[in-house]
Design a protein. Structure first.
Length: 280
């Protein structure tokens, strides 16, 4: 197997041109990043899904820049040869371009990420332009944008009618023009994702957007079966790690209660003669 090496933004475009799929997953901690580093996956997103799958919030809205920074640092350490994208949390870029540049800069400078991602369509093209101009690569994110899901009518497929689909097409064109190096398409119909992917020179990364995107992303907790509060249709569970974890923890609890654990194999001993010298 060839040596793993971090792909450049230019190489992601080349992959698109050659029809090579880009693979992305989320990670929020060092052990997960170390495992992803051992795969052929090219990108890790330290997503604000962190709020729901790790921090126990009901949405991604409460996630802060400090949270993303805190979780990006160990991921960067664990996966030195993977392109790491840090997510811009809600209200870290919406108020002004200055805020956006400052917070994006922190995720790169303090967090060590290679690029940032932000949610939003046409209205955020100027923000993307400003961040890119400041020297930070930006991945855009359109369709179902969880930070503003309530104003989109909940966690629903977006762009099902021509009017809304056209808005999404106009958004991706503007975001590409603003300098985004890739775009996440979340929860949109496959034919629309196909049209968008063919229209753009930059890669599209799909989640619930069908097979025609230039790459795919899934939340790692979803694909490992570690998050079962709800499982969207687009999630494929490749393992049931949550179930394995539950079984292991139950066995541990039973064995401690029964005295079966720790046995000889997991205990330390000392020489009899040393033991005899002791006065309890
Ligand atoms: O935060 C996240 O995990 C995301 C993915 C769903 C793309 O934004």
């Amino acid at each position: 197997m060839s040596e793993k090496r971090k792909a450049s933004i230019q190489e992601f475009r080349e992959m698109k041109k050659k029809g090579k799929k880009i693979r992305m997953v989320t990670a929020y901690d060092h052990p997960t990043a170390v495992i992803v580093e051992k795969t052929e996956i090219e990108m890790i997103l330290v997503g604000d899904s962190l709020g729901m799958v790790v921090l126990g919030y009901d949405s991604t809205v409460p996630v802060t820049v400090e949270d993303i920074l805190h979780h990006t640092k160990p991921v960067v350490k664990g996966a030195p040869n993977i392109h790491i994208i840090a997510d811009m949390p809600f209200m870290s870029y919406q108020a002004s371009a200055e805020d956006a540049i400052r917070n994006a800069g922190r995720l790169i400078k303090e967090g060590g990420a290679d690029s940032i991602k932000l949610e939003g369509g046409l209205n955020y093209a100027s923000t993307v332009r400003a961040i890119v101009k400041a020297g930070v690569p930006v991945m855009a994110h359109i369709g179902l944008t969880p930070q503003t899901a309530s104003s989109l009518g909940g966690f629903k497929v977006q762009g099902k009618d021509a009017e809304r689909a056209q808005e999404l097409i106009d958004s991706v064109v503007a975001l590409e023009d603003a300098g985004a190096f890739a775009i996440v398409l979340e929860c949109i119909p496959s034919p629309l994702a196909k049209m968008i992917s063919e229209r753009l020179a930059i890669p599209t990364i799909g989640i619930g957007a069908g097979p025609y995107c230039d790459g795919q992303v899934l939340v790692t907790q979803d694909l490992l079966g570690l998050f079962d509060r709800f499982v969207p249709k687009f999630v494929k569970q490749y393992a049931q790690i949550g179930q394995l974890e539950l079984e292991a923890l139950n066995r541990y609890a039973e064995e401690v209660a029964s005295g079966e654990f720790p046995g000889k194999a997991h205990s330390y001993t000392m020489k009899e003669e040393e033991l005899r010298k002791l006065r309890p």
